[in-house]
Design a protein around this ligand. Structure first.
Ligand SMILES: [Zn+2]
Length: 93
């Protein structure tokens, strides 16, 4: 699966930067090999210029597991910000 790195904040049509109008969390129902749950923060965007709407992954975080700091695998940019505490809702749609 090719993993293209695209800035989720950038309009895929015209390249204008947009802010997410709405974000929500997707919680993986299964832990990874280290017992951590992956929480994906999704966002819905709307381009202020061309009006295109899209969704993208705003951020991903892993919760649980040991106190080991997240060592991202290959080629990830170390964009780790101390964000707000996310409430995790396990309910699935
Ligand atoms: Zn656009």
């Amino acid at each position: 699966m090719p993993r293209r790195k695209r800035n989720p904040f950038t309009c895929p049509i015209c390249g204008t930067r947009a802010e997410p109008k709405k974000t929500w969390q997707l919680v993986s129902p299964f832990p990874d090999s280290k017992g951590r749950i992956t929480v994906t923060i999704m966002g819905s965007f709307e381009c202020p210029k061309c009006g295109h709407k899209w969704r993208g992954v705003v951020s991903k975080l892993k919760v649980g597991g040991a106190s080991e700091t997240t060592s991202s695998g290959s080629g990830g940019e170390p964009a780790r910000e101390e964000g707000p505490v996310f409430e995790i809702d396990i309910d699935e749609e």
